[in-house]
Design a binder for this molecule. Structure first.
Ligand code: KG4
Ligand code: ZN
Length: 360
């Protein structure tokens, strides 16, 4: 993908249209780009406050039943310039006010990551500003700190549940995190999406299961719950048990039982997640518990966490919806902490589809 000529041309015209005078903004003001999967997000953070958080969603994947990596990177190329412009306009700043540029470095779809990385690098290079690479999963966790009026103190536990990952993380400072357990196969989001596909629902099926589950009986059908040691998770057996169950049914069964099927699938996934979360609280003694990632938008999981908090005396935190699914505000906040810690990357920073956990 030869992005350099397109991006250089765009940058020159953007810079030319900016008034390059410094404002009185306190440091740091950071522009952050999130492009790990199928949404292009750009956010501006200044002095620890999110000034804008713009997202361009991609609808091109709906007909394919999942994200098509090549289509995702092409759509990022189309979306990145208008999204950056919109974030700057909404934040009411100019390009010259920005002290650093951040991008999601890993993990994610490599073609998608490259677009955000290349754009951030081009901005940093042309404006002679530092560059910050952010770990997407670390950023999901820190989404819990965006709302300063209602956020956990350290240490806290975070159940991070997204389309690609499921982890229980112990967080001792913004940049110090330890993964206590994670999935050994599918992620919780995949369990939702793959089960939804078996029910004939379009991608991404998680939000649709959530919607139909509201009118269904969560114990109408029973699906397999795996017995996995320690704090690790597994969802592939549960998905297979949904498949085998549906294969045994008559035609029309899914249509007649859709709400009960959705409620039962959702209930099973939430049971798997919350049992491990309880175990993590018991093992660590940490009673401040958060959730993060796309699946934390699930109304059943949000309610289950609140109920657990009430029952066991935990303090629970859930990010607002816009900060649960992929967004650039969480990248911006993580970059803010990395800026303060002097953690910058060079122009030779390489995005990675899979990455070791960045532990500050
Ligand atoms: O964090 P995210 O936006 O992207 C990744 O980093 O993967 O998570 C996307 C996942 C998808 O699997 C989607 O189905 C799921 O989050 N999701 C939900 C809900 N909203 C998004 N799953 C269940 N209920 C929801 N309301
Ligand atoms: Zn994500």
């Amino acid at each position: 993908m030869n992005l350099i000529p397109i991006l250089s041309f765009t940058l020159l015209s953007m810079i030319a249209s900016e008034q390059l005078e410094n404002s009185n903004n306190k440091l740091p003001t950071i522009l952050a780009i999130e492009s790990s999967c199928d949404d292009t997000g750009v956010s501006i953070i200044s002095n620890g406050k999110i000034l804008s958080n713009v997202i361009a969603n991609q609808t091109v994947h709906e007909t394919y039943g999942g994200v098509v990596p090549e289509l995702a990177s092409r759509a990022h190329i189309e979306n990145i310039v208008p999204t950056v412009r919109a974030a700057i306009t909404k934040a009411q700043i100019s390009l010259s006010d920005i002290d650093a540029f951040a991008f999601t470095q890993s993990p994610g779809l490599i073609g998608s990551l490259l677009v955000g990385a290349q754009f951030a690098k081009s901005l940093a290079l042309s404006l002679e500003k530092p560059l910050i690479g952010v770990h997407h999963m670390q950023a999901h966790v820190l989404a819990n700190l965006i709302d300063e009026t209602n956020c956990p103190s350290f240490p806290f536990l975070c159940l991070t549940v997204s389309g690609g990952h499921t982890q229980i993380v112990k967080v001792t400072s913004p940049l110090k995190m330890e993964v206590l357990g994670e999935t050994i196969d599918d992620a919780a989001g995949e369990a939702f999406d793959k089960s939804a596909k078996l029910l004939g629902l379009p991608y991404p099926g998680g939000p649709l299961i959530d919607k139909y589950a509201k009118d269904g009986n969560p114990t109408a059908f029973k699906f397999a719950e795996p017995q996995i040691p320690e704090l690790n998770f597994s969802f592939s057996g549960m998905k297979t048990s949904v498949l085998y169950f549906l294969q045994k049914q008559e035609a029309g069964f899914i249509q007649e039982n859709l709400v009960d099927l959705c409620a039962s699938i959702q209930y099973t996934i939430i049971q798997i997640l919350t049992k491990k979360l309880k175990k993590a609280v018991q093992q660590t003694g940490i009673r401040q518990v958060c959730i993060a990632g796309g699946v934390s938008a699930n109304s059943g999981l949000r309610q289950a966490l609140k109920d657990l908090g009430t029952k066991h005396g935990w303090k629970t935190y859930i990010p607002s919806f816009e900060y649960c699914t992929d967004n650039a505000a969480m990248i911006a906040l993580t970059a803010h902490y990395k800026y303060l810690a002097g953690q910058f990357v060079g122009l030779d920073a390489v995005p990675s589809a899979r990455a070791e956990w960045d532990n500050g």
